[in-house]
Design a binder for this molecule. Structure first.
Ligand SMILES: [Zn+2]
Length: 555
């Protein structure tokens, strides 16, 4: 047996490998796991140059896999103001004023994670509230889901949208009775004119917004974007992540990531999609997505799936429901793709052997997507497609079993249910109505019906920490007595962050488990995760992260 380059010993290893679920120590040679076993077996593989990490009895897991995130936007968010947990006008004023004073040169000040009820349960935010905080500098704050934003008058004026603008179906610059914008902006096309005044001039948002690339980028701007993304990747490694699956994509980001890989080596494996928008021709899938798959095809940087948005979010009424919104009779939401249009996209993407990942929040959107996957199966024959549905916040009872039938994977965010992670219950619960509650964020019901589940935070929508997210998953409370408990066990939750994450990437034979011959992606935690109460899981820290055999973080 070759000599080990790195040994981790004195550990509680949870391998996620059914054949050998637990071990004390492991050895790495090059970028692969060499052996796994007891301390004495593994330490015998040490030679002169072998590095050793004493885990001190802490848990060791396969490197964590964030199955749904936005690397460019997330990286930019590290420079923005977090309004997470801020409540009431005075608290908002204090936070924004301090951030503005600390950043005198920023052309646009941006606040993130502003609750829909940041002022109170009843008072809607308008530009006038924000003007009272910052009258003369452009300021915008985004809801936690980033599908709604509120801008002050200076921002609306500078962006040229104070008097409104047609921003297309499903997007809205909300207008007041005075004929001017109220400050509320719904969805990408409405938010972008303001966002374009930010540090990246909106370049971080193009992957979601249009799937296209920036027109004019100076070498300085590109270098600044690259530095931001490098910092974001390092942050991922600090949190114990070894794989991230980005959910927006464009060539600009892929080329920056490729340059980071060639110059420094990516500290985290990145998977990125081609983003198919509703205005694109079907042949773009073959021309772009299939071409990018050939070009970006390494274990560390891969572009091998197609992302689609079929609806928006529930709070703003852009999520698509089977039946009316509980608090808005006659309104079901407007899909971004009709059933027929989406089915064509699914059939074509599936025909090319690519995976589809679709943002679908309402039960109506989920159904459009499942129908599309069914159409793809009919047209192209059954295959191991592992098509995904992102979020699945509500699912109709008739559709729960269809995930397993169609082999579709549910990609879900334990940080998103109202009442979890400090999020308010309203207006969400009233909007969907009590009849939908039992099958909202229904991880357990879906899994029990045979669906595969992966977990993620949707960073920067929620904070990226996987341990916080695992805590949220393990402490989820029903909204009402007698409702189903949707929690998964700790083992199932960890699988949703490791082995299942690898499965959805078609990489389960090479990563997501700690097994000889697998890629050496490992995280060492500060304590024993099985002995830690669920409500304290977020206090555990990654003390070392190893990606591809390389130590990418060590506390
Ligand atoms: Zn997302």
């Amino acid at each position: 047996m070759p000599q080990a380059d790195l040994i981790i010993h004195n550990a509680r290893i949870l391998t996620m490998d059914e054949e050998r679920p637990r071990a004390q120590a492991l050895a790495v040679a090059g970028n692969l796991l060499l052996a796994i076993g007891s301390d004495s077996e593994i330490l015998a593989l040490a030679g002169e140059g072998t590095r050793r990490i004493d885990a001190g009895g802490g848990t060791v897991l396969p490197g964590l896999n964030e199955a749904h995130m936005h690397i460019f936007g997330g990286s930019v968010s590290l420079t923005q103001l977090s309004l997470f947990g801020v409540k009431g006008f005075e608290a908002l004023k204090q936070a924004v004023t301090a951030y503005a004073a600390a950043n005198p040169d920023l052309r646009l000040l941006v606040g993130l994670s502003a609750d829909y009820t940041i002022l109170s349960e009843t008072e809607k935010v308008t530009r006038h509230h924000l003007d009272a905080i910052l009258p003369d500098r452009p300021f915008m704050m985004l809801a936690p889901d980033r599908h709604t934003a509120w801008a002050n008058t200076a921002a609306l004026k500078a962006a040229g949208i104070l008097e409104g603008r047609d921003v297309g179906v499903g997007n809205e610059i909300v207008m007041g009775e005075d004929g001017l914008a109220t400050g509320e902006l719904k969805e990408t096309n409405a938010i972008d004119p303001v966002a374009e005044m930010g540090v990246t001039a909106g370049r971080d948002h193009l992957g979601i917004g249009t799937g296209g690339d920036p027109d004019h980028v100076t070498p300085e701007e590109r270098a600044s974007d690259l530095a931001l993304i490098r910092r974001g990747l390092a942050y991922c490694a600090e949190l114990g992540l070894t794989s991230v699956q980005a959910m927006d994509g464009n060539l600009y980001q892929l080329e920056i990531l490729d340059e980071i890989e060639r110059e420094h080596g990516l500290p985290v494996r990145v998977r990125m999609p081609f983003h198919m928008k509703n205005f694109m021709d079907l042949d773009m899938i073959e021309a772009k997505a299939a071409g990018w798959r050939r070009r970006f095809d390494s274990d560390r940087l891969r572009c091998d799936f197609v992302k689609v948005f079929v609806d928006g979010v529930t709070e703003s009424g852009t999520a698509v429901m089977v039946d009316d919104y509980a608090d808005e009779p006659g309104w079901k939401g407007d899909p971004l793709f009709t059933r027929e249009h989406f089915a064509k996209v699914a059939v074509e993407t599936d025909r090319l052997g690519l995976q589809v990942a679709v943002h679908a929040i309402g039960d109506g959107a989920v159904r459009i997507v499942l129908d599309g996957y069914e159409a793809a199966r009919k047209a192209n024959g059954p295959r191991d497609s592992r098509h995904r549905i992102e979020h699945v916040e509500v699912v109709h009872p008739d559709d729960v079993g269809r995930f397993a039938e169609l082999g579709a994977v549910a990609s879900m965010q334990p940080t998103h249910p109202p009442g979890s992670a400090g999020l308010p219950l309203e207006p969400y619960l009233t909007r969907i109505g009590e009849a939908r509650w039992p099958l909202a964020f229904a991880w357990r019901s879906l899994k029990d019906a045979g669906a595969r589940i992966v977990f993620a935070t949707d960073w920067p929508v929620s904070p990226l920490s996987p341990l916080s997210c695992i805590q949220d998953a393990m402490t989820r409370q029903p909204w009402k007595e007698g409702m189903p408990d949707q929690r998964l066990s700790l083992a199932e939750t960890l699988a949703a962050y490791t082995s299942e994450g690898a499965y959805v990437e078609f990489m389960e034979d090479r990563k997501g488990r700690l097994k000889p011959g697998y890629l050496a992606d490992i995280v060492v935690l500060s304590g024993d995760i099985e002995a830690t109460p669920a409500a304290e899981l977020a206090t555990l820290r990654p003390v070392a992260t190893i990606c591809d055999g390389r130590i990418t973080h060590q506390a």
